[in-house]
Design a protein around this ligand. Structure first.
Ligand SMILES: Nc1ncnc2c1ncn2[C@@H]1O[C@H](COP(=O)(O)OP(=O)(O)O)[C@@H](O)[C@H]1O
Ligand SMILES: [Mg+2]
Length: 444
């Protein structure tokens, strides 16, 4: 019998860092950090966020108001994100926070936006070489100082990071501060391109509309970000599904026009996972358009607004990709949902199709506003109960065509009687019809 050998399958830090950071955009990396702060901010009330219905309840509850601040500061020297969430204990930091990937059996019942166990590491490795994290927690927090290049050049196994414990603090002084310095050239160039801040603010406003309304304030370079407020007419279809442990509510209706017209950015499908937008205003085959159930999206479809609101206690069951910027299209859950989205959306789409051929192209006309109904927040509708879009009743036609055969001799006799030999058959028909109407039925 030959002796067994063990082949070396240990990971390489350099490869890990490069793999993790390559496929994520800079905006998505920032959102990963914001996800963590929001996840910590909502952890104390996670038991009230377990189904789509729960989320809607929170949304309409005026007693729930934002309590946590998340501040991002971006300069070409340094990036900082500070939150006033409950922080990270030294024990959690030592056992869990810096692991690459979530271990099976790790508790996750309180996590809503923390999923795969890589976001923090990916974001910090993407942006710069010098990392400092300080977290204060009621059980005692920690501090980490890391020089990524030095760490990566140290090849000893297993991997570890040195952290120093910090004394417990009072609940009001908890929070986490992450500072990234020695920014990489790519990062500096993006931060300095004149558009990055606006893109980040736009992405935060779309991605966290639900959380901005109820749980957190987010400031980018001291500017407070408002969540987008997309509104839907109250005449919409809504379907509620439960697929395994995931609840999902799908809604489609007519958007409320902004300033008289329907905007591209509030048209199409919006998909949320645990309250966080994953895709916005989608009009592609991903959500059924272009022949995969719904037609190719055209300007006449601009008033279409659909939302999909997935909720799961275990966030890993949701169909988001690891960057949370896309959908895992092949998942059974998404395929089943997409079938339902098409069936929910079809009534609205076929109404918009019909309307176009009958009444032209202008999109914010009176009939459309009447059909749409009173406006409500698309987020509130997103988690509502079953309902059906009612297209307007078709108006009866104003005219009907009458055609019949008459003996040539009879028509000639009428022409003679009227002394109008040049009269055509159709005119004889109209004349006799009008005569009967006037003399027998009476004028209207
Ligand atoms: N600012 C923060 N406050 C509290 N917990 C945090 C914070 N940042 C990260 N964490 C926690 O550290 C762990 C690792 O984060 P991350 O690498 O982003 O993975 P995950 O995908 O689980 O969020 C997660 O449990 C996350 O919730
Ligand atoms: Mg995370």
């Amino acid at each position: 019998m030959t002796e067994m050998l063990t082949a070396d399958a240990s990971p390489e830090k350099r490869l890990f860092i490069s793999l993790l950071t390559r496929d994520i955009s800079m905006v998505a990396a920032f959102l990963d950090l914001v996800d963590n702060s929001i996840n910590a901010a909502v952890a104390p009330m996670s038991s009230e966020l377990e189904t789509a219905k729960n989320y809607q309840k929170v949304l309409v509850n005026d007693d729930v108001q934002p309590t946590v601040d998340i501040r991002l500061k971006l300069t070409t020297e340094e990036i900082q994100i500070n939150d006033t969430a409950p922080g990270i204990s030294a024990t959690t930091a030592a056992e869990h926070v810096f692991k690459f990937g979530r271990a099976s059996g790790e508790p996750h019942e309180n996590d809503r936006l923390s999923v795969y166990g890589i976001g923090l590491k990916r974001a910090m490795f993407k942006l710069g070489n010098k990392i400092r994290i300080i977290s204060d927690h009621i059980e005692g927090g920690f501090e980490l100082q890391l020089n990524v290049r030095e760490w990566a050049s140290d090849v000893c196994q297993p991997w570890g990071l040195e952290i120093s414990p910090r004394a417990p603090v009072d609940a009001r002084r908890c929070g986490t501060s992450i500072t990234i310095g020695e920014l990489y050239d790519d990062t500096v160039r993006r931060l300095d391109d004149g558009v990055f801040e606006g893109q980040l603010i736009g992405a935060i406003s779309r991605t966290y509309a639900f959380y901005l309304a109820k749980f957190v304030k987010i400031l980018v370079n001291d500017k407070q970000v408002e969540g987008i407020n997309i509104q839907l007419g109250s005449n919409y279809t809504s379907e509620v599904l439960t697929i395994g442990d995931v609840t999902c509510s799908i809604t489609a209706g007519i958007a409320v026009p902004e300033g008289g017209s329907f905007r591209d950015r509030s048209s199409g499908w919006f998909v949320f996972c645990n309250g966080r937008a994953v895709i916005s205003a989608d009009k592609t085959p991903l959500t059924g358009w272009s022949g995969s159930g719904l037609p190719i999206f055209q300007p006449k479809h601009r008033p279409f607004l659909g939302t999909v609101f997935f909720v799961a206690r275990n966030a890993e069951e949701l169909p988001w990709t690891t960057t949370k910027a896309g959908i895992n299209e092949d998942s059974l859950l998404w395929q089943e949902t997409k079938r339902q989205m098409i069936s929910v959306g079809r009534g609205v789409v076929s109404y918009l199709d019909r309307r176009y051929t009958d009444e032209g192209t202008e999109v914010a006309s009176k009939d459309l506003r009447e059909v749409a109904g009173n406006k409500i927040s698309a987020l509130a509708a997103a988690a509502s109960k079953k309902k059906k879009f009612e297209p307007p009743k078709r108006k009866p036609p104003k005219n009907i065509r009458i055609q019949y055969d008459a003996a040539v001799g009879d028509v000639e006799r009428i022409k003679e009687y009227l002394q109008k030999p040049g009269m055509g058959g159709a005119e004889v028909g109209r004349y006799t019809f009008r005569y009967f109407l006037r003399n027998e039925v009476g004028d209207d």
